[in-house]
Design a protein around this ligand. Structure first.
Ligand code: G
Ligand code: G
Ligand code: MN
Ligand code: NA
Length: 261
């Protein structure tokens, strides 16, 4: 339909833009960075969410140039936040960028990433690439090699939507990941009070396992202060969700970071 024909030229027409959702340290509430979330400002349909066009972009191959554009814009934005802070006065704001499975198998991934970091003067440790758990299930060495290279350079790799796939937990050891992003469904079960004791045990167990493997735990979909407190007590490190802020323009993120500094 209409989206399919408009998508291939949308990048050249400058119709994509990025919103940023803060990542907050659960211990002290400080803003530590943000996840970049792409949107399409369609001339007829208005703002479209990624669910509407990412699958199409993957299908048509546009995801590779689009993903590269998102990465470059987001890393530039991280540099702009740093400059606006007068260096790293607030501590560096880190940037999380989603990678689609097609980008993982594209041979240019490592070189593109290196070039973007060099061009912008952003250090690899300020970048986290999010890959879904399902993309890495049963991943062979060829698929993991570019992620290993990036991890060796100091880029963080996060396992996104963790808990929704069926990965063998023991498998985590061979993946070059340093962050688990617990899926929203875990956070939702904290909404009920008292929370389901089995869900609490599951989150507690996942956090213990993650920490024993030196992985940080980020929780998604935090909508209330009570959820944040429960997840903090359970040992989660970082949180993201509407309780802190909806995805928004880059200036908003900077204001939030300044406000709690
Ligand atoms: O909050 P939102 O509706 O924007 O996110 C919906 C989904 O789209 C999320 O699962 C997110 O991972 C995905 N997404 C957002 N931006 C990007 C992107 O730049 N690349 C890819 N591959 N996925 C993205
Ligand atoms: O990459 P990922 O699929 O995790 O992208 C995050 C998705 O979750 C986006 O669609 C974003 O808009 C959405 N989201 C972010 N915070 C919240 C929240 O607190 N509650 C709910 N229901 N969705 C959220
Ligand atoms: Mn994500
Ligand atoms: Na996610």
């Amino acid at each position: 339909h209409g989206l399919t024909t408009a998508l291939p030229t949308a990048l050249d027409r400058g119709e994509f833009f990025i919103e940023y959702q803060p990542l907050v340290h659960l211990g002290d509430g400080s803003v530590r960075g943000a996840e970049a979330l792409v949107r399409w400002l369609h001339p007829q349909h208005g703002v479209l969410s990624p669910d509407r066009f990412i699958p199409l972009a993957e299908h048509t191959g546009l995801i590779v140039p689009l993903g590269r554009w998102v990465l470059e814009q987001s890393v530039r934005q991280a540099r702009a936040w740093r400059d606006a802070n007068g260096g790293d006065a607030l501590g560096p704001l880190r940037i999380n960028v989603n990678l689609s499975p097609c980008q993982l198998t594209h041979p240019g991934l490592v070189q593109d990433t290196v070039e973007i970091l060099e061009r912008t003067g952003v250090t690899p440790d300020a970048l986290c690439l999010e890959v879904t758990e399902s993309a890495l299930i049963g991943a062979d060495d060829d698929l993991l090699k570019p992620l290993r290279r990036l991890a060796e350079m100091g880029v963080d790799i996060a396992l996104d939507d963790f808990g929704t796939g069926y990965s063998n937990l023991a498998n985590l050891r061979r993946l070059p990941v340093s962050v688990l992003k617990l899926d929203r469904s875990f956070t939702q079960s904290m909404q009920r009070f008292p929370a389901d004791p089995v869900d609490l045990k599951i989150v507690e167990g996942v956090v213990a396992l993650a920490h024993s493997l030196d992985l940080a735990v980020t929780v998604e979909g935090v909508e209330t202060g009570a959820q944040a407190e429960q997840l903090r007590i359970l040992g989660c490190d970082t949180a993201q969700g509407w309780y802190y802020a909806r995805p928004g323009p880059p200036e908003r993120l900077h204001e939030l970071a300044l406000a709690d500094a």
